[in-house]
Design a binder for this molecule. Structure first.
Ligand code: SER
Length: 356
């Protein structure tokens, strides 16, 4: 496979969907607009919910974005595992009552095999347990039956908060037997590390209501989400998000600042470096979107992230302030996709310096 940088994968995805007549939108702010169910934007579709629900008119019926996202539910795992992060980017293509299941899967396959040159035999698909239509589409597209796995609602029905949701088909990359558990039954859905999920195609047909019921949406829609960092791990042949080109540059800044060697393992200093690296990404993007540290809501999430990073800096022996300086690398690595970071650079430094 061609080794692609994180910024190049983002661009290639965008170019592909533009070539399929999609309107390429900008990432929305991390601050949700008119959505009380969310503190922070946590997926590509979250800022587009009203388009799916038909409450607002989208700029086009086909859209593609790369959305900045924050999820802090697993914050305690960040730095300890290879792939947890509070900040991540989600690439997506969306159809608002335009194309549906077959077209989404067909273009998905074309992008993976013809634009990223991923080996088809390493790609597996899961589908919702009773979604025979998705199984048939995958078979028509050449996917052997043994690489199509049916999973239940926990895995293959996508919903988050209220609003648009539906069954989904997830794509997995087979990293090879050496990562597996050895069980003859090992396949996507197994708890081991062999199959890496990287792209979710959601067939958004329902809306989840406040009382927990589901209603049908007027039009079936498509919402896909590809974890950019996961895809970068695959394309760069690395196990950990902290070894991806752009993220490793941020981590290298922590190494240089602390003078501590990064052993790429589980010693406490490695964990601290990874926590700081991830949290630097979150805090830089949050402040870039105008979130200010405070004692409640989003501001508290930001304050907590800054404090955790600052504390791990002390554990590494860093004297004095360091966050503003290191956030510059986040800005430089990400400004291709998010020019607003560069425009708000001085403001970001100022807020970080004051808070630290
Ligand atoms: N909403 C789905 C997800 O976040 C696909 O975009 O996985």
């Amino acid at each position: 496979m061609e080794k692609l940088g994180l910024n190049e994968i983002r661009q290639r995805f965008r170019d592909f969907y533009i070539s399929k007549d999609h309107y390429a939108g900008k990432s929305a702010s991390l601050i949700p607009r008119n959505d009380k169910s969310l503190l922070l934007i946590n997926s590509g579709m979250a800022p587009l919910k009203n388009y799916f629900a038909g409450v607002e008119t989208p700029p086009a019926k086909r859209m593609t974005t790369c959305q900045k996202c924050i999820r802090t539910g697993d914050i305690d795992n960040v730095g300890i595992t290879a792939r947890h992060g509070t900040f991540f980017e989600m690439l997506g293509n969306f159809s608002f009552g335009d194309y549906f299941k077959r077209q989404s899967l067909e273009w998905g396959l074309e992008f993976m095999t013809e634009w990223l040159h991923m080996p088809f035999e390493k790609i597996w698909a899961t589908v919702y347990e009773n979604d025979d239509e998705a199984v048939e589409i995958w078979k028509d597209l050449g996917m052997p039956a043994e690489r199509i796995v049916r999973l239940g609602k926990d895995d293959n029905f996508w919903e988050i908060g209220l609003g648009p949701c539906g069954p989904c088909s997830e794509l997995y990359f087979d990293r090879g037997e050496e990562y597996g558990c050895g069980s003859p039954d090992c396949k996507p859905g197994c708890d081991c590390d062999r199959y890496l999920e990287f792209w979710n195609h959601v067939f958004t047909q329902f809306s989840k209501e406040e009382d927990g019921s589901y209603s049908n949406l007027a039009n079936p829609n498509i919402d896909t989400g590809m974890g950019l960092e996961r895809m970068a791990c695959i394309m760069q042949g690395v196990d950990s998000i902290f070894d991806i080109d752009t993220i490793r540059h941020i981590l290298n800044g922590v190494v240089a600042k602390s003078g501590v060697e990064y052993k790429d393992g589980q010693v406490p200093t490695d964990v601290s470096m990874r926590i700081i690296t991830d949290h630097l990404r979150s805090m830089t993007f949050m402040i870039g979107d105008g979130i200010m540290p405070s004692n409640e809501g989003r501001g508290y999430v930001l304050r907590r992230i800054i404090r955790r990073a600052a504390r791990h800096g002390r554990l590494l022996g860093i004297d004095g302030q360091f966050l503003a300086k290191l956030s510059e690398t986040v800005i430089n690595e990400s400004k291709d996709g998010y020019p607003e970071l560069d425009e708000k650079k001085e403001f970001i430094f100022k807020v970080l310096t004051e808070e630290e």
